[in-house]
Design a protein around this ligand. Structure first.
Ligand code: PLP
Length: 300
C-alpha cells in the first residue's frame, strides 16, 4: 500500500541548534558533551519530556514536570533537581532559543558509570535541556496513518528515552507513505508512535482510557477536560480497530502536534461529517494555551 510521500522535515543547521542546559551549565548545544559511559547512551536508561513553547511562553510546564517526576520515580532514577528549579531553566532557554516557537527537549538519564546492567546505588543523573525546531507542516490537510500491532514494552506509561520500537514504527509508516502509525494490542487501539488517539462517532468524542500501554499525554488529558467542560459528549473507553475504521473523525494529539486530523487510515479516506468537531476541539485547545496560568513566560 503506497500513499502520499511523507512530508519532508527540515533539519536544523548547526548554527541554529541554539542554547542548551547541561548539568547545571548553560552553553551552546554544539559544545555540549556527555560521557560515553552515560547509561542513556549505553542502555537508553533515562526519561524525557518535550515541552512546547510559543511566543517564548513555555506551555503546560507544571504538567510536564509532574509527569517527569512520575517517570523518574517509576524507574528509580534520582531526582536531579527540586521540581521548582526547572521553571527558570526552561524559561531562559525559551527566551534565548533561535526561534520564538518550538519545543524544549528535557532529558534525565541515570548518569555515567561502569557498564553493568545493575546500576550502583549512588549515581549522579545527567540532565540535558535543548531547543528543538518543530517542523512546519500543514496539519490541516490531515495525516495519513497506518495501523499496526504494538511492538513496544509493557510500561509505555513511562516516558522513557528507549524509543527504538517507536523509531522503527515511524520508519514503517514512512515506507508506506504515511505520517504515523496507530498501534493496537489485542485488537484495541492504544495510541500512535508519538501521539494519542481520539475518534468521533455520531457526535461523541472517544479516546482509550489510561493504561500501562499508553503515555498519559498532556495534550490528551487537557483536551479531554476542555471538551467535557464545554459540554461536548466525550468518554474514555476502549476502542477496537474495527470501531476506529468506522469513525467519522480521527484526531492525533501531542505537544508539538496540537490536535491534528487524520485523513487516511490504511489508505482509506475518512468521510468527515457535515459539521466536524475538529474546529471546536482545536479552538478549545488554542484558548487553553492563551489562559494566564497555562504558560511560564520568559522574563525579558
Ligand atoms: C507515545 C506517545 N504518546 C503520546 C504522546 C503525546 O503526549 P503529549 O501530549 O504529552 O506530548 C507522545 C508525545 O511525545 C508520545 O511519544
Amino acid at each position: 500500500m503506497r500513499m502520499d510521500p511523507a512530508p519532508a522535515v527540515a533539519v536544523s543547521s548547526e548554527a541554529a541548534l541554539g542554547p542548551a542546559y547541561l548539568d547545571g551549565e548553560f552553553l551552546p548545544l554544539a559544545e555540549a558533551r556527555v560521557s560515553v559511559l552515560d547509561r542513556g547512551f549505553l542502555f537508553g536508561d533515562g526519561v524525557y519530556e518535550v515541552l512546547p513553547f510559543e511566543q517564548r511562553r513555555v506551555l503546560f510546564g507544571a504538567e510536564h514536570i509532574r509527569r517527569l517526576e512520575r517517570s523518574l520515580a517509576a524507574l528509580e532514577i534520582q531526582r536531579p533537581l527540586p521540581a521548582k528549579d526547572w521553571e527558570p531553566i526552561l524559561k531562559r532557554l525559551a527566551r534565548d532559543a533561535p526561534w520564538p516557537g518550538g519545543a524544549l527537549y528535557l532529558q534525565v538519564t541515570r548518569g555515567a558509570g561502569p557498564r553493568l546492567h545493575l546500576w550502583p546505588e549512588q549515581m549522579r543523573p545527567t540532565v540535558l535541556v535543548m531547543c528543538l525546531e518543530t517542523p512546519q507542516r500543514d496539519l490541516q490537510r490531515g495525516l495519513a496513518v497506518i495501523s499496526c500491532g504494538d511492538i513496544r514494552w509493557d510500561w509505555c506509561h513511562i516516558k522513557a528515552v528507549t524509543l527504538l520500537p517507536n523509531v522503527l514504527l515511524r520508519r514503517r509508516a514512512a515506507r508506506a507513505g504515511a505520517d504515523e502509525v496507530i498501534l493496537t494490542r489485542a485488537g484495541k487501539v492504544v495510541e500512535a508512535s508519538s501521539a494519542n488517539v481520539f475518534m468521533v462517532r455520531d457526535g461523541r468524542v472517544l479516546t482509550p482510557p489510561h493504561s500501562e500501554h499508553m503515555l498519559p499525554g498532556i495534550t490528551r488529558d487537557l483536551l479531554l477536560r476542555e471538551l467535557d467542560q464545554a459540554g461536548l459528549p466525550c468518554a474514555e473507553q476502549p476502542i477496537t480497530l474495527r470501531e476506529l475504521r468506522a469513525a467519522h473523525e480521527i484526531w492525533l494529539t501531542g505537544s508539538t502536534l496540537g490536535v491534528a486530523p487524520v485523513r487516511l487510515l490504511d489508505g482509506q479516506p475518512l468521510v468527515p461529517p457535515e459539521t466536524p468537531l475538529l474546529p471546536r476541539a482545536q479552538a478549545l485547545y488554542q484558548e487553553l494555551k492563551q489562559r494566564p496560568g497555562a504558560a511560564w513566560t520568559a522574563d525579558a
